[in-house]
Design a binder for this molecule. Structure first.
Ligand code: C2E
Ligand code: CA
Ligand code: CA
Ligand code: CA
Length: 275
């Protein structure tokens, strides 16, 4: 009976086992790799849509694995969140990004992603401020990106953390707007400086009228609330043209550059006289 049972669930068992093995391997890799500096910032250019000038970068974490090459964040961020290592990973990536970008042209900003788990840490603002002091990176060149899902868990704690960050001159963006549990009330509950339209709407907007309508509506909402907008996922000239004609402010996407190493980012800035 046991053998038959095993046989019936063989596929299921094998898949589950693989998942467990890789999850454990990732957790072990995080514990070992964070102190070794294996988690590094990649930089995705952000441009002023009107002039086309580079005005900053979104910082996107990558795992430079000693044998497996460069691993993207979707493979390790969920595990880091689950096993309580996201804060350490994030601090390690931020410290490196602040140090690398400190002496770039003072017009160049960094946007950093903060996960919902981090917005439950009452010391988050203090930790970020400490990193700014330690690295000499100015608070007014930093923008923090948070998603709406972080706000459902503990809004009053999020408000107090965000209040401390804003007092230091750090700006706040609402990330992935339009996806997940969007609630317009959040735009009022927290002092956002900017909205980011998710790439799922932007990449599709010239082929899909509904996506176009959503981008248009978010753009008008931003205008009436006096909140500038960043569009992510600008993959080609056609999308760039559409967004520019809507009067959108800031954008990023493969049309301008994929997330790149610090060396490539410095080269790009040097070409534009921004180093
Ligand atoms: P996100 O914040 O929505 O970041 C944008 C993602 O879209 C990035 O994926 C970027 O590489 C990708 N992307 C940019 N331009 C284009 C484009 O034109 N077309 C398409 N198809 N994709 C584009 P990436 O780097 O794989 O990051 C995935 C997610 O991982 C991020 O989504 C963010 O939520 C999370 N993440 C990355 N780094 C960190 C981090 O340091 N901390 C935390 N908490 N989350 C991070
Ligand atoms: Ca983001
Ligand atoms: Ca995101
Ligand atoms: Ca997004």
């Amino acid at each position: 009976a046991k053998a038959a049972g095993r046989g019936r669930h063989a596929w299921f068992d094998a898949t589950m086992e693989r998942e467990l093995v890789s999850r454990n391997a990732i957790e072990a890799g995080l514990r070992e790799g964070i102190p070794l500096g294996q988690f590094v910032p990649y930089y995705e250019p952000q441009v002023d849509l009107e002039s086309g000038a580079i005005i900053g970068f979104e910082v996107l974490a990558r795992w430079e694995h000693p044998t497996r090459g460069v691993i993207p964040p979707d493979s390790f961020i969920p595990v880091a969140e689950e096993c309580g290592l996201i804060a350490d990973m994030s601090v390690s990536v931020m410290r490196r990004a602040f140090t690398e970008a400190r002496d770039w042209d003072q017009s160049i900003t960094l946007s950093v992603n903060i996960s919902p788990a981090q917005l439950k840490d009452p010391w988050l603002a203090q930790k970020i401020v400490k990193l700014l002091v330690e690295t000499g990176y100015p608070a007014n060149r930093l923008e923090i990106e948070i998603t709406e899902s972080s706000l459902f868990q503990n809004l009053s704690l999020a408000q107090s953390i965000v209040g401390s960050l804003k007092n230091q001159g750090i700006r706040l963006a609402l990330d992935d707007f339009g996806t997940g549990y969007s609630s317009l009330a959040h735009l009022r509950a927290l002092p956002f400086d900017r909205i980011k339209i998710d790439k799922s709407f932007v990449t599709a907007m010239n082929k899909d009228p509904e996506s176009m309508a959503i981008v248009n509506a978010i753009s008008k909402l931003g205008e009436s609330l006096n909140l500038p907008i960043t569009a992510e996922g600008i993959e080609d000239q056609g999308i760039y043209d559409s967004l520019r004609s809507m009067g959108l402010h800031k954008g990023q996407g493969w049309h301008f550059g994929k997330p790149m190493t610090v060396t490539a980012a410095r080269r790009l800035l040097a070409e534009k006289g921004l180093l």
